[in-house]
Design a protein around this ligand. Sequence first.
Ligand code: KG4
Ligand code: ZN
Length: 342
Amino acid sequence: MKLVLGIETSCDETSCAVVEEGKKVLSNLVSSSLEFHQRFGGIIPEAASRYHLEYILPLLDEAVKKAGVDFKDLDFVAVTYGPGLSGALMVGINVAKAISFSLGVPLIPVNHILAHLYASFLVKEPRLPAIGLVVSGGHTELYYIREFNDLELLGKTRDDACGEAFDKVAKILGLGFPGGPLIEKWAKKGKQKIPFKCAKLKNSLDFSFSGIKTAVLYYVKKKMANSNHPSERKSGLMENEISDLCASFQEIVFEVLVEKARQACIMKRVRSLILGGGVSANSLLRERMETMAKKEAIEVFFPPPELSVDNAAMVAGLGYRLSKLEKIKSDYSLEPKPVLEI
Ligand code: KG4
Ligand code: ZN
């Protein structure tokens, strides 16, 4: 039974996990500096790094303790080395190197995007080859996955990431940060009434979300100019208008995600679709994807919500899988790769 320690520090979450055989999550602790960044409406990279430095060692001890194991029982150390914030990644990488060296166990570098796609494997066994759709705050990418060391990028966003569009729309509406969960909450009370359009980019599996973000901005500006309602909200919209806007925005964005995922499955003739990343925690997206998948006889896999967002269990899990696929040679010259392509 191989035990992998996972370390994740690519953004604002400091996370340490112990996973057995790439499947059984013995511990998965996450500590976030999100609350600190919230007042600025976005992540402050320098502050995120300092937070990681302060919290990673106690978190590490706690993760090993909670797993009911000892450091000397660990077989591998897996760490996110990109994409992400350079200083933040550096903290996790250096701690991972130190543990790997001192315990004499291999160090496995893990790509954060692929770790999001692995998250579903912690609870189920999706069939490969599969189509993978990552929808996070920094990435929106479609992959053909033969194996986790053999992937093909089929499409990506040409501008904003999907989660970024959620965050920006929430900012325009004055709802707070991060925008995804807030938009989901507001949308639950609203109806799809506003005919926003989201770029479909025909004959391509690429995405574009900057157009719809700008459409929302102009819609709100126009509403504000014509508004007689003295509203306490920054956007000047009434509460029911905010809900309708959120519902309309979500529906149209998800229509594009669902359609591109469907096209990718058809193009590659696969019947297995894996989702990952923060936006995949959205319950409407899950519902829309499942409806499409049922119609097309595709099996769709989502990680449970706590594994959809950034966490170290997915890093440890993927680390184990990679150790089975290729020989791991610990390379202590490993450096953060803020931009990391497959
Ligand atoms: O994967 P993640 O935790 O971090 C990155 O690697 O970026 O994703 C964060 C993104 C944020 O943009 C956030 O607004 C979005 O995921 N998000 C959601 C939901 N929960 C998080 N978007 C839509 N609906 C949600 N429920
Ligand atoms: Zn992420």
